[in-house]
Design a protein around this ligand. Sequence first.
Ligand code: ZN
Length: 66
Amino acid sequence: MALQKRRRGPARTAQQRSAWMRKSGANHMATQACPSCGSPRIPHRVCMSCGQYRGETVVVKPAAEE
Ligand SMILES: [Zn+2]
């Protein structure tokens, strides 16, 4: 049975935790340009500026575009 040689120390744990926190942080949200309007959009989500998803208008804004 395999045994680990040593536990990872607190510094190494803190480094990895910092990476996890950076990955899950709200200000590290990945964005892509929307194909229809070009504004930044979270992948696999409806675009917040034009309300389109996969070429279809999903969310109709009340009076934003006239
Ligand atoms: Zn858009």
